[in-house]
Design a protein around this ligand. Sequence first.
Ligand code: GDP
Ligand code: MG
Length: 698
Amino acid sequence: MIKNINVALIGNPNTGKTSVFNALTGLNQKVGNYPGITVEKKQGYCRLDRITKARILDLPGTYSLNASSMDESVVIELLLNKNDPDFPDVAVVVTDVENLKRNLLLFTQIKDLEIPTVLVINMSDQMSRKGIKIDIEKLKEKLNTEVVLISTRKNLGVELLKEVLVNYRQLSKAPILDTKTIDPAYFESLSRAFPNQSLYKLWLVITQDVNFTKLQRQKVPDTTAFRTQPKSYLKRLQQRETIRRYQVINQILKATYQVNREEATDLRTRLDNLLIHKFWGYVIFFMILLTIFQSIFDWSSVPMDFIDASFANLSDWTKAQMPAGILTDLITEGVIPGLGGIVIFIPQIAFLFLFISILEETGYMSRVVFLMDRGLRKFGLSGKSVLPLISGTACAIPAVMATRNIENWKERLITILVVPFTTCSARLPVYMILISLVIPDERIIGINYQGLSLMGLYLIGFLMAILSAAILNHILKSPNKSYFVVEMPNYKLPLLKNVAITVWEKTRSFVVEAGKIILAISILLWFMASFGPGKNFSEAESLMTEKFSQASLSEIELEQEIAAFRLENSYIGILGKSIEPLIKPLGYDWKIGIALISSFAAREVFVGTLATIYSVGSGAQETIKKRMARELKSDGTALFNLATGISLMLFYAFAMQCMSTLAIVKKETNSWKWPMIQLLSMSIIAYLAALIAYQLLK
Ligand code: GDP
Ligand code: MG
């Protein structure tokens, strides 16, 4: 008499399930689909011994039993339903010897369902090259089941696996993790309500309920009464479960699994030894970073200047072609510069993502993450936050976009929120002019004060980013904790096509999504600067001509006076004046107020706006710097003194003075909530810092 048993092959993707399946079944297999969905179903037969025939099911790859995809729910639904004709008599969890830790998470979950479970460690042919040693006997003891080391490539261990499967009845069904320890009270009452069920199975039924259809729900125990707790409570228990599992796994592996990198002989491991070396790893990483940012600055300055000039020319040309009027002004002074303000970011975005995708494609990025993760994790950031944070020194826009490969939402959000604190290149012109105005050009022991100040501003930006990350880490709740399970892919040459697609995709999505908001705000700012209520605005020209009729002003000088008067009486000017009481304690007057508001378009606009207000044009004798130095307060002392200068620099260091960053944050977080929180909190920090600095120094 032939005895039939069901065997299910389960495991993370790419661990070699299909290879084991093929080794067991040979050509004796058929491929179909799971009813109603497009997930492939592979089954085959294997004669284990004279009287035992196994029906083997090659299940889709899954990382855990907390389903997130269709493939994964196939596995869970099968394991939760004892009446399914495919329900396994014995489960074979296939793992990859190199990623045993991550793989064991799934193993412990399946074992805890009280199904006889065999652990197969595949790819054993890699062990000596990687310097891996496993104490199999001890591992069997700790996991309380059979462990089979195999290599489908070398055809080792497959016969042993068959023997183990034949004797599956001898396998212990005892769970590894005592589910009750997750929350004694909750699980005690659960086990009292269903005394004959596996506790872990009940728990999965509760947490997976959302994924069930009505039909499936009829096949599992009715746990409605235990789902009444708030979702966040169940989520927390789930987190605790994962933490417990990793604790157990770490303990077991510590006693049974060793990697001796020095013994490893393959090129990959030797490269790894260098690239994640405690000293050389960092040196190499910072050299690569330096090269990247050098190139981004060098390469993008040419196209950026070209874009700048082209849009200015386009604007002039259009102005010449169209009849004078509001529509022409809207197009040439609002729309075209607004579009230019979007396109100007393209070179930086494209270059940054060119480098990022090359680093990712080659496999180097996961080494960086491995290297940086430990240090950054303390601050609620991830190893993957390094690149965005450093990219922020060029521009926050590509930096925020570069957070997208941080899988954990909380870490990604924190990175997005703190990136704008790093000193981007748009702050440089503002810093430069203020430093040269208020910091003496002198040296102390060979170090220039001005250079020191600039460096100080960069440092302050970084420190503020790290500090606020640490604070946010405490404030923000996290739906799921991220575990340090970086996959280390093999090194390979980057695929040109993948790189090109990444660059194109990032650039396109910036232009289309964030571009809309940038354009809209540009037009709004243009409108506010180009219109004003009342006579002063509409009759600025005649008023000024009259005022200066006695003075012998050149035509250019008169035009500058008109422009300055117009700006003063525009909506932006009125807004600037009306915030004067608010910014007076920081040492600013209404003219600086106007510059603050208009520099919301882009920080560097600050200098240009002051030039307009002080009526310093391009043809003028006097530079804007000299003009600023000459500006006096009502008490006759210089307006731009040390106190005001420092106050302004700190304001620009901390304030979210950039509509484009807000636009990209809106796009990346998919809501207005985060950019608004960012705008508000950064403005408050900037205001307080500037206030304290001014009041102390004045
Ligand atoms: P599945 O996704 O779990 O079904 O995994 P596959 O059976 O498709 O195998 C994934 C990859 O691992 C393939 O490239 C296989 O060639 C490779 N692989 C499978 N078994 C072994 C093994 O024993 N040794 C080595 N070195 N590679 C293997
Ligand atoms: Mg497969």
